[in-house]
Design a binder for this molecule. Structure first.
Ligand SMILES: [Zn+2]
Length: 95
């Protein structure tokens, strides 16, 4: 089992249990919520995946297609796809 995991790391695949950055394609057809944090100004937002307006068949990381709504920086955000609503709520913090 461990050998199998090491092999996965060696060829650059993430382990199933790890959160990975979604691709544009993945997000375009997802019913989930996406959290985005700007690495430049720290702004955090949670949006519905479909509202991002990214294209099917675009296999770039989602981060590459995003532009911060506050400071306008492009390609410097971290994005995560949430499985559960409470994860999105934790990410956004107390309102
Ligand atoms: Zn920003």
């Amino acid at each position: 089992m461990l050998i199998e995991q090491l092999k996965n790391i060696a060829i650059g695949r993430s382990l199933p249990s790890m959160k990975h950055s979604p691709t544009c394609h993945e997000v375009s057809s997802s019913p989930k919520l996406v959290g985005i944090e700007c690495d430049n100004c720290g702004q955090r937002i949670v949006v519905e995946a479909r509202d991002l307006g990214v294209a099917k068949g675009d296999y770039r990381p989602l981060e590459a297609a995003l532009r911060c709504r506050v400071c306008g920086e492009r390609g410097r955000s971290s994005a995560v796809l949430f499985d559960e609503l409470f994860e999105a709520q934790n990410f956004a913090g107390p309102s």
